[in-house]
Design a protein. Structure first.
Length: 441
């Protein structure tokens, strides 16, 4: 039989030991309950952590709206989180949400600005009227979207986007004007180079004629024409001077009368008359050559006003059209103030006469872009019509050997036939449109 030690027996008889055994027994009974409570605690903490992370994610993306906030608070309350603790987390989440909302809206504005730039590029580069109208419509629509974003978003000033469409169009116009000025300056420099290349050759030679033809084909017809007229005037002045010198041995009454008509006092003696005639002829030649080459000289102030008026008159005549809804460049020129005339005159003074036209056009484009553009388009359309008519007449003469382009009767006949053909074509188009409306209705 097994024997227990004395110490064991004494311990069993002690009341404390019995109490310890009782506590151990109760602990063994309570362990499953404690484990369940611990599991529940962990699940609750996990839910709280998940809810907090979801709320933080929504705020970071700008989605922590009132509905989401309500769901978050309900979830936290369901997990047993005190209301005070929940309320303490809301300011941070709302601040993060607002920052994200502003950031998202700013990203939208960046995208809209890119779209605005694309439409501006269409206005800048396209000659298609329908595309430009569509681009203008898109610009207005984009401005409206930008303003609405500003109105709906705290922290973004809607007023900053009011008028952004007009500013965009103004920027396009400014870019176009700058480009026109650059093109005009480049063109002026090219014309000067064309003029210089012709002046380096002897007028009337094969080399000069060949170079003139090349320049005309390159679009410098006006420059070539100016040089040609200048050289012809110089040739005429030299020929007249040579003839005058050959006829200076004995001065005739006609020569004396001519000098006196120009205000020259003619001596009575033959030697004095010859000397006066030579001086008169030399001075006349110098004046003729100076006039022939005046387009190369800087424009003096006293001549600038006349050149400007003459240039404005030409522009007005070319761009005069009837439109009750818009001013043409002719109306603009008629209404220019004396101060504006003085401003243009000052721009022209000191410049070569060949630059007067481009300078005046640049000033009109810069200050009155819309009327100038409309009038320029009208002028170009008229020029295209005139060119088409000229080509049609040339084709008629080319196809009919019995017609002479130098015979006024034949020219008048061809023009009458062409006008009649145009009228028939227009009447046919009108009848076609009426028929289409009838059938369509």
């Amino acid at each position: 039989m097994a024997k227990f030690s004395e110490a064991l027996l004494q311990g069993l008889m002690r009341p404390a030991f019995g109490e310890q055994l009782a506590q151990a027994g109760r602990g063994l009974v309570q362990t499953p309950m404690l484990m369940r409570q611990e599991e529940q605690r962990k699940q609750r903490e996990k839910g709280m952590m998940g809810g907090m992370l979801a709320a933080q994610q929504a705020a970071a993306e700008g989605r922590f709206d009132p509905e989401t906030m309500k769901a978050y608070m309900g979830s936290m309350q369901g997990l047993g989180v005190p209301a005070q603790d929940i309320m303490q987390t809301l300011p941070t989440l709302q601040q993060a949400n607002q920052a994200s909302v502003v950031n998202n809206k700013q990203n939208q504005l960046v995208g809209l600005q890119q779209q605005l730039n694309e439409q501006a590029q269409i206005l800048l580069e396209s000659d298609d009227r329908s595309r430009k109208e569509a681009a203008n419509f898109q610009i207005d629509s984009i401005e409206e979207q930008m303003v609405n974003i500003g109105k709906e978003t705290r922290g973004i000033d809607a007023g900053a986007f009011v008028g952004v469409g007009d500013k965009t169009r103004a920027g396009v116009t400014k870019t176009q004007l700058n480009q026109l000025e650059i093109d005009a300056k480049r063109r002026s420099a090219q014309e000067q180079m064309a003029t210089s290349s012709l002046q380096q050759l002897k007028f009337g030679t094969k080399e000069w004629n060949k170079r003139a033809t090349e320049l005309e084909q390159l679009g410098f017809r006006k420059a070539v024409q100016k040089v040609r007229q200048s050289e012809q005037a110089i040739q005429l002045a030299n020929q007249e001077y040579q003839d005058a010198m050959e006829n200076s041995k004995e001065i005739t009454p006609a020569q004396i009368k001519k000098m006196e008509a120009d205000g020259i006092t003619v001596p009575k003696d033959a030697l004095g008359q010859r000397q006066t005639w030579r001086s008169y002829s030399t001075e006349k030649r110098e004046k003729q050559i100076a006039a022939a080459t005046a387009y190369l000289d800087p424009t003096p102030a006293n001549r600038a006003e006349g050149l400007v008026k003459w240039t404005l008159q030409g522009i007005a005549e070319r761009g005069d059209f009837i439109d009750v809804f818009a001013d043409d460049i002719t109306s603009v020129i008629e209404d220019l103030t004396p101060e504006q005339h003085s401003e243009i005159n000052s721009l022209v003074t000191g410049q070569a006469e060949t630059d007067v036209g481009p300078i005046v056009e640049q000033w009109l484009r810069r200050n009155y872009p819309e009327p100038f553009e409309k009038s320029e388009k009208f002028r170009q359309d008229k020029q295209r019509q005139a060119d088409a008519r000229e080509q049609a007449i040339a084709d008629v003469f080319a196809a009919n050997d019995n017609l002479d382009p130098n015979d006024p009767v034949d020219v008048r006949l061809v023009n009458q036939k062409l006008d009649a053909s145009i009228r028939e074509s227009q009447e046919g188009e009108i009848a076609g449109r009426k028929l289409s409306r009838v059938l369509g209705g």
